[in-house]
Design a protein around this ligand. Structure first.
Ligand SMILES: *Cc1c(COP(=O)(O)O)cnc(C)c1O
Ligand code: SF4
Length: 345
């Protein structure tokens, strides 16, 4: 076993197995039965105390089961799926889901309906059917490989997937979405970087949410990727009690830039069922952007975006985007249709 596989194998998957000082509420066990818990030993080591920003991202709570507002499939992906495993929302790019497992299960995940579910398996036959669709749909120029976490797959299988995409003549760019540089940086080995760099132009968008995740291990992992010629971006999710203030966000964005990671998006948290307690009102994101613009290097300022519920796509919001009073906000998607995002209770 590689070192990362040992760290992963020793994950805590049961709330009762957490150290006493990190114990969640009594309802956490029922929550974890619905939405699995996995905290690998590396990410567990980042938690300093009960209720800190790392703890909140990883440890289940009974609040998840009391969500009355959010949706099982917040981005309407099941209706935008021409073949199982492929989500085709924008004309020129498609999302290929290759894995349902992750190195850590984020409590705010937008695909909680899928991630970590036993019994949900994506096999090579399913991926080949997606390749066939892509071959017959040449207007798709970019394939986003995501999940779950694609980099949790083993080297040879990942190599096979990327080679299959690369062999489709109409695909110009490959993008990999992965939280592994943050949650299990030991997985980024020189061998993995050598595999990825065979498939240029290949971009990675990773996902850090708090400056305390910017460890020496994560810095090393991202350095390996960037040195392999892979542009690395970051998609941060705005989360209540975790990073919903301007100072924390500024420190995160500055720290990412020092690691040669380009902040790409801050996302308004999706309305994913079981995550209402971690969302912020849209207004909060605009306030934070107002405090970042101009105060940070332009290279460290990402776009703030909301991915519209129901499949409208991402819309970028700026501090002067007009908002109505109340919890319901209507935005126009790229197709011209209108979609409503509802602030948390
Ligand atoms: C987010 C997303 C993309 C990529 O959008 P960008 O704005 O290009 O980053 C593509 N397809 C789907 C289905 C998505 O959810
Ligand atoms: S790593 Fe991404 S896909 Fe996996 S649980 Fe976290 S947010 Fe969801």
């Amino acid at each position: 076993m590689d070192k990362w596989q040992e760290i992963l194998a020793a994950s805590v998957c049961n709330p009762a197995d957490l150290p006493d000082c990190l114990q969640p509420d009594p309802d956490a066990a029922a929550t974890a039965a619905t939405w699995p818990m996995r905290i690998n030993r590396y990410y567990l080591g980042l938690i300093r105390q009960h209720g800190d920003p790392i703890w909140h991202q990883a440890v289940p709570t009974g609040a998840e089961t009391r969500d009355k507002t959010c949706m099982v499939d917040p981005l309407g992906e099941e209706n935008l799926s021409p073949v199982p495993g492929l989500v085709w929302k924008y004309p020129d790019r498609a999302l290929l889901l290759v894995n349902h497992a992750c190195a850590m299960y984020c409590r705010f995940c937008t695909r909680k309906r899928k991630t970590g579910r036993n019994g949900l398996k994506i096999d090579s036959g399913g991926i080949e059917r997606c390749f066939a669709f892509l071959r017959h749909t040449p207007e798709i120029r970019e394939v986003l490989v995501s999940g779950g976490d694609p980099l949790l797959l083993d080297d040879s299988y990942l190599d096979w997937i990327l080679a299959g995409i690369k062999a489709i003549a109409s695909v110009e760019v490959i993008r990999v979405g992965t939280r592994i540089p943050c949650t299990l940086p030991q997985r980024i080995t020189p061998k993995l970087a050598a595999i990825l760099k065979k498939y240029h132009p290949l971009f990675i968008n990773t996902h850090f949410n708090h400056p305390r995740e910017l460890t020496p291990e994560a810095t090393l992992a991202c350095g390996l990727l960037v040195d392999a010629g892979i542009p690395v971006g970051c998609q941060t999710v705005l989360l209540k009690g975790i990073n919903d203030n301007a100072d924390t966000m500024a420190a995160l964005m500055r720290g990412l830039l020092k690691m040669r990671i380009r902040p790409y998006y801050i996302f308004q948290a999706d309305m994913s069922h079981g995550t209402d307690h971690l969302r912020t009102p849209i207004r909060r994101g605009l306030e934070i952007m107002r405090r970042l613009n101009g105060h940070l290097s332009g290279m460290a300022v990402p776009a703030f975006a909301v991915d519209l519920p129901g499949g409208g796509g991402k819309v970028r919001l700026t501090p002067d985007t007009p908002l109505t009073d109340g919890r319901e906000h209507v935005f126009t998607g790229f197709s011209g249709r209108q979609y409503t995002y509802i602030d948390p209770e």
